[in-house]
Design a protein around this ligand. Structure first.
Ligand SMILES: Cc1ncc(COP(=O)(O)O)c(C=O)c1O
Length: 391
């Protein structure tokens, strides 16, 4: 089957956060939105059909996740990541962020230290601080135009008595897919200092050649029971509005504790459409995903080439995700000036780099999961604004 990612789907007036909040967030309707991490593409045809069929049924009473759905998830993890997961290790939740909130409440206490690697996805800060846990950061180092882990600092942070580490792999926003060696070092140190790993692997299926996603829980068998993995089909297949995710917890005690927390908080089941979409995507979405990755690679290549002759902006080549981290520091603007420049002069709506942590000051995050023509338009707006600025 041929899949096209060139069609523009009109998303305005569908309560699409990306498009319908443009004026509220960026001050004008004509700003091109390239921010929140969803895609402007239609879902795989099989997913759309499954949802239509379910909608036509017309009855939307309570539903449940069953062993067949577990098997579909298990088959996907084996196919995509060579990871053999047992049915009883799976829990479902409406979202990865929900699961992380629940895990922090279940496995840590007030004031406990929780480590993150910054700059990082903004809700990670809230997950820690909203439950009165203590934020500890291991700042990523930018060496030779590549974000890398400062392992000496990582160990020093763990030595302070860190209880849990929220790993982001692939990393949002810097686009790194951590290598086996990097994962081994992180997991080894967490083992040494008895730190629970909460591994957010929501972008795992969106890894670009020649990189390869390795689930953290597969690194060291002895550590597997100290790792809680959060995954979801929602980034992969553009289903964020349907809210369906799952957690892999191999340790029985931890799984029971987390499940109890899900029950207490009332987030222990998926919605009907989420179940339908998850099932169809993992069962029939493989070819579509392969085609999507080719399109994303094309879009990324375009952005890289376009900025090559503009040394005032550095576009980091992502190893995974459809998010490009852009370094505007050479423009020598304050963050407010940079935001104003992009909103008012370039008329593009990007994510503010500083929202990912102080290390993101001078940076912006651009979402390229849209038709190439839209990426071209966004990049051309930025380049034109840069030229006007110089003149
Ligand atoms: C690293 C990361 N984790 C979690 C999420 C959101 O997950 P969910 O919608 O399942 O809560 C995102 C969305 O962009 C993300 O980038």
């Amino acid at each position: 089957m041929n899949y096209s990612f060139e069609n523009t789907v009109e998303r305005r007036n569908t309560r699409a956060a990306k498009w319908d909040l443009v004026k509220t967030l960026y001050g004008a309707e004509d700003v091109l939105p390239m921010w929140v991490a969803d895609m402007d593409f239609e879902v795989p045809p099989a997913v759309k059909q499954a949802l239509i069929k379910r909608a036509e049924h017309g009855v939307f009473g309570y539903t449940f996740t069953d062993p067949d759905l577990d098997q579909t998830v298990i088959d996907w993890l084996a196919y995509k990541h060579g990871w053999q997961v047992k049915k009883q290790h799976l829990l479902y939740s409406p979202g990865v962020i929900t699961s992380l909130h629940m895990a922090i409440q279940t496995f840590t206490n007030e004031k406990d230290k929780v480590l993150i690697q910054t700059p990082v996805y903004p809700p990670f800060y809230n997950i820690i601080q909203s439950h009165n846990r203590t934020l500890v950061t291991n700042k990523l180092s930018l060496i030779d135009q590549r974000y890398q882990i400062d392992f000496d600092d990582f160990e020093q942070q763990l030595q302070q008595g860190v209880k849990a580490f929220i790993l982001c792999n692939p990393h949002n926003p810097v686009g790194r897919v951590w290598t086996r060696e990097e994962l081994e070092k992180m997991i080894e140190l967490c083992k040494q200092y008895n730190v629970l790993v909460l591994s957010d692997e929501i972008h795992a299926d969106l890894v670009l050649q020649p990189h390869h996603h390795i689930p953290a829980a597969t690194i060291d068998e002895e550590m597997q029971d100290h790792i809680i993995t959060c995954m979801s089909p929602t980034k992969t297949f553009n289903l964020a509005g349907l809210q369906a995710s799952f957690v892999v917890v191999s340790d029985k005690q931890k799984r029971t504790a987390l499940e109890n927390m899900f029950n207490i908080q009332g987030v222990n089941h998926l919605n009907t459409m989420g179940i339908t979409a998850l099932d169809a995507a993992y069962s029939d979405g493989k070819e579509w995903l392969e085609a999507l990755m080719i399109q994303l690679q094309k879009n990324i290549n375009y952005v890289q080439e376009a900025f090559q002759d503009h040394p005032e902006v550095t576009a980091f080549r992502p190893e995974g995700t459809y998010l490009i981290w852009l370094d505007f520091r050479k423009l020598d603007l304050t963050q407010d000036q940079l935001k104003e420049f992009l909103q008012k002069e370039a008329k593009v709506g990007l994510n503010d780099g500083a929202s990912f942590g102080e290390e993101g000051t001078g940076f912006m995050r651009m979402n390229i999961a849209c038709p190439l023509s839209v990426v071209q338009e966004g990049v051309s707006r930025i380049l034109q604004a840069l030229t006007s600025r110089q003149n």
